[in-house]
Design a protein around this ligand. Structure first.
Ligand code: GTP
Ligand code: MG
Length: 651
């Protein structure tokens, strides 16, 4: 093993060919002896049985191999938007990425989302147009889509012939022998020294162009663009060459304070939790204690292991810049930060869980086993946000889409032999106060208790979340009680007048008092939800519904039918862009009305139209168009019952 590491992720929309490309790289580097296939369920990274069965990736999978004397840690990610939270965590672990685009499907809504995320975390990116062999491949159109929708700053390093057939031929256009004029100009454009030479008609060497290109790729001023076909093993050698030549070597420092990110948590029947960790700085050894910063807990590492070839080996130590699997951390959760936050990429959101669903065992006696299993699965994907209502014996989870439910069902069966059923998935609505209101509560009976609170509650801007401040002095309400109020507010807002989370509001504590004998911190935790709900009850709340940005691509003759079907679903859109007999239409549509639209569209267009969506935000909707949900637990408005229950919980 050497000390040069490249940590690269492969990201794309669903089915672009990420796993097939990964498999080829592992095969070429000698890590695997025979080439597996996603279609036969024999690829290295789609190893979960559910991935094999349905042929899509569900989890991120990391593999390491050597190329040109550099250790490459490659993370293959799932492309389906239902598994976006897995990709979000993986992005935090990367130094660079390959964004794959299909030569037939082109830039999809999810490709744009991924692109924006890569821009935000500011990592160098290779663009790889795959599936150039497929009938209908049109790389010229895709390159212009990339230029219009992602970035104009691309360096097309190859030319392509015979696309759309297995004889596709890809030639390199940037090499010592072949310095393309267009590429030269793109490089010198951002390089003053080279530009001056060029205009003085001095010769600009290939090496100086190459090193300037490398520098600009690192700074995200330019993006190398490559073609290939994973099906016919074309273009993968060039991809490997570009990775090792132009992607950054991890620059971690073992002497700096420890910092790392847990980008994945798996579960092994004998070993327990296995955390995939990217270490940015510092080092870790077997049997050392490690601080899980996000949970403020220390735990002992039992083993550090890495896939060497096809076997896991105990490597004993993990050093800055590298990734490995850490065993022994029994409470670790996916997304946890290890040590300190230094150097870790910021967290970006690719998608949001917009559906909620009740999950129950087919056989009631399995209820506690299901709770245990779901707790473990939530630690592997905290976005599931498990809500366990003990008394009602109900479990509710949040999911990004229906495919995620299908996968969850088969994981529970495979791993825990649990047969489960889901309730009807409901869109997650939110609520916001209808207007300014005041929430008051005098919780002074039955003694001992004393918490008097008065809040001003104002509607806030869309997507502003909860903004809280206090204007009450510490002489009226002691600081420790005020802290309890602040801690309780998000919990108090989890369910509003229609049962949904209340958001986009400003809450100001404007009055109240404690009592130097009777008050306890818990009294303020009990009083806060009552005061807030009292205010919301007076003025009422408005419903907010999740909206999706959508993009439809189809042939021109289906335009009329598609527009009328979308209008019926409350979609809003701009003018269609028409291009060579096809059109693209973009707009926004409520999630609630668009859930089955892909099926409808498929029948309108005989399966030819493409529909992609991404979350755009919440927007007001009427109660008639939306839905309420039952209040879970005891409503603070049911004052006597609520106080009784809350006091019991506190004791
Ligand atoms: N014709 C053609 N098919 C390809 C190519 N690359 C992959 N495929 C096929 O496309 C399908 C999807 O390939 P995967 O490698 O699973 O794609 P992926 O991007 O990993 O998919 P997800 O992880 O589910 O998002 C499979 O049926 C592959 O055989 C290619 O270059 N040409
Ligand atoms: Mg895959």
């Amino acid at each position: 093993m050497n000390n040069k590491f490249i940590n690269i992720g492969i990201v794309a929309h669903v089915d672009a060919g990420k796993t097939s490309i990964t498999e080829l790289m592992l095969f070429k580097s000698g890590v695997i002896r025979s080439l597996g296939s996603v279609d036969k369920g024999t690829s290295q990274s789609d190893w979960l049985s559910v991935e094999k069965q349905i042929g899509i990736s569900v989890r991120s999978a990391s593999a390491s191999f050597e190329w040109n004397n550099i250790s490459i840690n490659l993370i293959d990610t799932p492309g389906h938007i239902d598994f976006s939270s897995e990709v979000e965590r993986t992005l935090r672990a990367l130094d660079c990425a390959i964004l794959v685009i299909s030569a037939v499907e082109g830039v999809q809504a999810h490709t744009e989302t991924l692109w924006r995320a890569l821009r935000k975390i500011d990592i160098p990116t290779i663009l790889f147009i795959n599936k150039t062999d497929r009938l209908g491949a049109d790389t010229e159109a895709i390159v212009s889509e990339i230029k219009n929708e992602l970035t104009p700053h691309i360096i097309c390093m190859q030319s392509i012939d015979n696309e759309g057939s297995s004889d596709v031929d890809i030639l390199n256009t940037f090499s010592q022998k072949n310095i393309n004029e267009e590429i030269t100009e793109a490089i010198i454009n951002n390089d003053e020294v080279l530009m001056e030479k060029y205009f003085n008609e001095e010769s600009v060497s290939f090496n100086s162009l190459n090193s300037s290109l490398k520098d600009q790729i690192h700074k995200r001023q330019l993006f190398p663009l490559l073609f290939g076909s994973a099906k016919f093993n074309i273009g993968i050698d060039k991809l490997l060459e570009v990775i090792t030549e132009f992607m950054p070597i991890a620059n971690g420092d073992v002497l700096k304070p420890l910092s790392g990110i847990v980008f994945k948590v798996e579960h092994d029947k004998t070993i327990g939790r296995i955390a995939s960790v990217r270490l940015f700085n510092g080092s870790l050894k077997n049997r050392e204690n490690v601080l899980i910063a996000t949970q403020n807990k220390e735990e002992k590492i039992s083993q550090i292991r890495k896939l060497q070839g096809q076997k896991f080996e105990d490597i004993g130590e993990l050093r800055a810049g590298d990734t490995a699997a850490i065993c022994g951390l029994s409470c670790v959760r996916a997304g946890d930060v290890i040590g300190s936050y230094g150097g870790i990429n910021e967290n970006v959101s690719l998608n949001t869980a917009l559906l909620t669903v009740k999950i129950s065992p087919e056989n009631d006696k399995d209820f506690s086993a299901l709770v245990r299993a779901m707790n473990i699965l939530t630690d592997e994907d905290p976005e599931i946000d498990l809500l366990w209502l003990k008394e009602e014996r109900e479990l509710h989870i949040k999911v990004m889409g229906l495919i995620q439910l299908e996968i969850l069902e088969s994981i529970l069966l495979d791993r825990y032999e649990l047969k489960i059923k889901f309730g009807k998935p409901t869109v997650i609505y939110k609520e916001t106060p209808a207007a300014l209101c005041y929430g008051y509560e005098e919780y002074t009976m039955p003694k001992p208790c004393w918490a008097v609170l008065k809040f001003k509650i104002e509607p806030g801007e869309r997507a502003s979340g909860i903004i809280y401040k206090s204007e009450v002095g510490v002489n009226d309400i002691a600081i420790r009680y005020q802290q309890e109020v602040e801690r309780t507010i998000p919990l108090a807002l989890r369910q509003g007048m229609h049962g949904w989370e209340v958001t986009d509001l400003k809450i100001t504590l404007i009055g109240g008092e404690d009592h130097n004998i009777h008050s306890r911190a818990g009294d303020f935790a009990v009083a806060t939800p009552m005061a807030i709900m009292n205010g919301l009850k007076d003025i009422g709340t408005k419903l907010l519904e999740p909206m999706l940005e959508f993009k439809v691509k189809a042939t021109e003759y289906t335009l009329g039918k598609i527009i009328s079907s979308l209008t019926l679903l409350r979609a809003e859109f701009g003018n269609p862009q028409i291009y060579e007999g096809n059109f693209t239409l973009e707009g926004i549509i409520p999630l609630a009305s668009s859930m089955n639209y892909s099926i409808k569209l498929s029948s309108i267009s005989s399966g030819k139209a493409k529909f992609s969506t991404k979350f755009s935000g919440y927007r007001e909707c009427t109660l008639e168009l939306g839905e309420s949900t039952a209040f879970r637990g005891i409503n603070p408005l049911d004052r006597a019952k609520y106080i009784l229950k809350a006091r019991k919980a506190i004791q």
